[in-house]
Design a protein around this ligand. Structure first.
Ligand code: GRF
Length: 207
């Protein structure tokens, strides 16, 4: 496990939410969650950031906020039992009680889903159940929406289970598809909505 920041030991202020955010990319949704813990929309704090991508700017965002950040991937942990064990250790050590997948490009191991069942949420940049499932991520989603001639799109926060983009939907919000939209312009409009509904959904959880 490549711990990029000293862990903070077990959770202080018991009763507050302690989030672990899993991210593979730029981490703008992570930043929205961090900001929401500061504004009080989320009653708690981000206790750990985990990425499978050592170059993810999400890890830099965590470091900027003194949040324990961990690079855990198939490269750092080629043996599945080590990957699972290390992930669970990080979650336990940091007193995590809510997992948020925010642009995390891997499927969580079933052992982690079982241990945190009903305490894992994901943000998806489309109106599930359409345009979801394995392989549907990033600009691929928005291209599919445009190719289908949809007039509306949007974002979804849902509970995570063992199937990609499949769990109970918690919040959805729509955006218009505008004439001349490219996957990039639609993605940017949807991302603005993501930054609002993901913190709202996390804020619905109490310890
Ligand atoms: C978001 O569009 C999210 O819907 C998708 O991955 C992207 C993550 O963006 N799952 P960021 O890393 O939070 O900026």
């Amino acid at each position: 496990m490549n711990e990029l920041k000293p862990g903070r030991g077990t959770a202080r202020n018991r009763g507050d939410l302690r989030l672990a955010v899993f991210a593979s990319g730029g981490g703008s949704n992570l930043q929205a969650l961090i900001d929401a813990t500061k504004s009080g929309v989320i009653k708690g704090r981000v206790g750990a950031v985990i990425s499978n991508n050592s170059g993810a700017y999400a890890l830099a965002r965590a470091a900027n906020e003194n949040i324990p950040a961990f690079h855990i991937s198939g490269k750092t942990h080629p043996e599945p039992e080590n990957f699972i064990g290390t992930t669970l250790d990080v979650l336990e050590t940091n007193g995590i009680n809510l997992i948020v997948l925010a642009g995390y490009m891997k499927l969580l191991p079933p052992e982690v889903i079982r241990r945190y069942r009903y305490r894992i949420i994901n943000i998806h940049p489309a109106l599930l159940p359409k345009y979801g499932g394995k392989g549907m991520f990033g600009l691929i989603v928005h291209k599919a929406v445009l190719d289908a001639g949809e007039k509306i799109s949007g974002a979804t926060v849902h509970m995570v289970d063992e199937t990609y983009d499949h769990g109970v939907i918690l919040i959805q919000r729509t955006v218009p598809v505008l004439p001349g939209d490219s996957p990039e312009t639609l993605a940017a409009r949807v991302l603005e909505v993501e930054h609002r509904i993901l913190p709202q959904a996390a804020g619905m959880f109490l310890c």
